[in-house]
Design a protein. Structure first.
Length: 691
């Protein structure tokens, strides 16, 4: 497999940053302070008072100050302390140092009654509990030796044997501490102390929790939604309502927690208000899920519904059989921005429950750091890189970490902004139904175009030696990977989204005026399935369909928001307010197979051809074998085919498939002015086929 590094297009600074990030494993210098939050004085039963329920917090700041705007709060799991996130037990650099090195302000807590957060006798339990060394071996460090769950045999990343007597294991187990075995009291006190911590920080943070501490970001965010920007859940306690793997006892009465969460409608008695329904498991190696029943309508977690949530699950962990149930529960409860990444599915293999301590912890940290809530430029980039390595069987090491965001790609978006139409613009009945968005990017001004309908000539300023045989697209320095034997994925240097990818046929003689075939749809679906539900693939078929190059290709971008395809749940004939034709298919609960996609596309294209035949501006000069000009859009939830008449109105106001759905990319302010004068509704009706 070919995996060409985009570092060739990056600056020397990127190379230096890459070396700094992955070279030295020493701790990163930081300014350290500590303080306590939460708790209060209580009677000690002997005539005095003690301070109880407080939580220790360690604040670490880069020596030159943080340059990332969002602080991170780390919350460890059961029997652990905040040292989990400092250096690793093998002496390697921990996640705290990695994030500090990347410019973040970091807060690390010791949960109430753990480590430096003192336990007062009888507080929550008559005595503390501990985990034996044998439990740690069986569940965390040597799980492949015990075969207690189906995926355990895949565990390879713990350094050393993972057993007593091994120096790395001994160092880790020596750091384990006592805990109170009272989930309700633990959650109440951490929620209260966590809320006090966010009040003290005073601005929105990202909450990161692991294992038993993985539910704490949910509780703290529920108490302080305005001070929470997002949640990162590393294998949080679960699954909903009932334990799994080691026991099947009822647990977490409020679905994800043992103490109340804010639902709408409100939950006063979870045993009756949260109506449960058992759903079949997704396969033989997974547990069945207990979710809210479909009737009555599932209650929503109103304080969490708008929060981005990143859920991470390791390939060999005991969470692998059930974390998908947590993701389903969150989405069912209205948390639509939940993203669940199973590391094995994105090419990160062999990890157990303590992923951030294992040999490849840097790779996982880099994936987390590229989450868009931490770095708006980057999560899809590194995630895509790692995902493609696994899903598409790329064997070479990942090198795109920083090189993907090359100088050309960054400057291509230097003038990016959105413009929403108002009543003065010709949108009439569409005002309430459909909002327009304009994306202005200077990169499009440099984009080559087809000179004639049958042009085969290369652009004068581009060497044909830099292109595939028959192609008019120069991808040198931007190729990411092969997708099977039929397609290649590249970064689009004429971008209007981030990331903006192109999926080209490997055969440079395939043409953009040809309809999609099974190979095209197979490649597009494989990449979409890898990237997640938040992406859309689109295809501009033919010169009148808005294509600018001859070499057959699709494009992929993050799914736009703010009115994008807001009318898509009906066909054009059923939505009179939209002035052009489109044909739509929503996939049912089960994902379609490739043959299904082919049949659906062919049916939609047939219907589009019936209304669009002969109407295209360049129909008389169309090449032999050309399909009716059309736009194609595909997500994991739906497909649209839209017939086209022309690429632009008077060569002044043009749009591709994304533009026809309400998000119009332009290269200059003059183009926006042209659209405003024309009126978006009028313009798009001219580009499409009117009803």
């Amino acid at each position: 497999m070919r995996f060409t590094s985009l570092l060739v297009a990056a600056t020397a600074t990127f190379t230096q940053c890459l070396a700094a990030s992955y070279g030295s494993q020493g701790e990163v210098p930081a300014i350290r302070t500590y303080f306590m939050v939460g708790g209060g004085y209580v009677d000690d039963g002997a005539g005095g008072e003690i301070f109880r329920d407080q939580m220790y917090v360690e604040r670490l700041v880069p020596t030159k100050g943080p340059y990332k705007s969002t602080p991170l709060v780390f919350i460890h799991g059961q029997a652990q302390t905040g040292t989990n996130f400092l250096n690793k037990p093998d002496g390697g650099r921990g996640w705290a140092s990695q994030f500090i090195n990347q410019g973040y302000e970091v807060y690390i807590v010791d949960q109430t009654f753990r480590g430096r957060s003192a336990w007062a006798p009888l507080a929550g339990a008559t005595k503390p509990s501990t985990y034996s060394a044998q439990i740690i071996e069986q569940r965390f460090t040597a799980v492949q030796e015990f075969n207690l769950w189906p995926q355990s045999q895949k565990h390879t990343q713990w350094p050393g044997t993972g057993k007593r007597g091994d120096p790395v294991f001994d160092a880790f187990y020596a750091s384990n501490v006592q805990f109170i075995n009272n989930a309700t009291y633990q959650q109440e006190t951490v929620q209260a102390a966590g809320a006090a911590l966010l009040d003290k920080i005073g601005k929105p943070v990202i909450l990161l929790g692991h294992s038993q501490g993985g539910m704490m970001p949910i509780l703290v965010a529920d108490a302080r939604p305005k001070l929470t920007k997002g949640l990162i859940l590393l294998e949080p306690s679960g699954p909903p309502f009932r334990d799994a793997v080691f026991s099947t006892k009822a647990s977490r009465a409020y679905g994800l927690t043992d103490i109340p969460l804010v639902y709408s409608p409100a939950v006063t008695d979870p045993s009756t208000d949260l109506v449960q329904e058992v759903q079949p498991s997704r396969g033989k190696d997974f547990v069945e899920c207990i979710l809210q029943a479909k009737k009555p309508a599932p209650r929503r977690l109103v304080n969490l519904a708008k929060k981005p949530i990143l859920l991470i699950t390791s390939e060999a962990s005991y969470h692998m059989p059930y974390d998908y149930c947590i993701a389903r529960y969150l989405k069912q409860a209205g948390c639509s921005k939940t993203k669940h990444i199973e590391l094995g599915e994105v090419g990160i293999h062999g990890n157990g429950h303590m992923m951030f301590m294992e040999k490849n912890s840097d790779q996982i940290q880099a994936l987390v750091e590229r989450w868009e809530e931490l770095d708006p430029r980057g999560f899809p980039l590194l995630a895509l890189e790692v995902q493609l390595m696994g899903t598409l069987s790329i064997t070479e090491p990942p090198l795109l970490t920083l090189g993907f965001l090359s100088h050309e790609l960054q400057t291509g978006q230097d003038a990016y902004f959105a413009f929403r139409c108002n009543q003065k613009v010709d949108i009439s009945a569409l005002q309430a139904l459909w909002g327009y968005k304009f994306l202005l990017t200077s990169a499009l001004a440099k984009k080559p175009t087809i000179q004639t309908a049958g042009a085969q000539t290369q652009q004068a300023n581009e060497s044909s030696q830099q292109k595939r045989d028959g192609s008019d697209i120069n991808t040198a320095g931007y190729e990411i990977c092969d997708v099977g034997e039929t397609h290649v994925l590249v970064a689009n240097k004429f971008c209007f989204a981030n990331p903006h990818l192109m999926l080209l046929t490997s055969d440079g003689h395939q043409r953009q005026y040809q309809a999609l075939n099974k190979d095209d749809l197979t490649a597009a679906w494989s990449v979409l399935s890898t990237m997640g539900e938040d992406y859309v693939a689109f295809f501009n078929c033919g010169r009148d369909g808005g294509c600018s190059r001859l070499h057959k290709h699709m494009q992929l971008i993050p799914n736009p928001t703010d009115g994008f395809a807001s009318f898509r749940d009906t066909d054009g004939a059923k939505e009179p307010a939209i002035p052009f034709q489109w044909f739509y298919h929503r996939f049912e609960d089960s994902k379609p197979g490739v043959d299904d996609l082919v049949n659906i596309y062919n049916d939609l294209l047939r219907r589009a051809s019936e209304v669009g035949h002969g109407q295209a501006e360049n129909a008389n000069s169309a090449p032999l074998g050309a399909a009716v000009p059309h736009n194609f859009l595909l997500t994991q939830g739906w497909m649209i085919v839209l017939p086209r008449r022309r690429a632009a109105v008077n060569k002044e106001a043009g749009a591709n498939a994304i533009g026809m759905m309400g998000v119009i990319a332009v290269a200059t302010q003059d183009e926006i002015d042209n659209w405003i004068r024309l009126g978006p509704a009028t313009g798009l009706a001219e580009l499409g086929v009117p009803k």
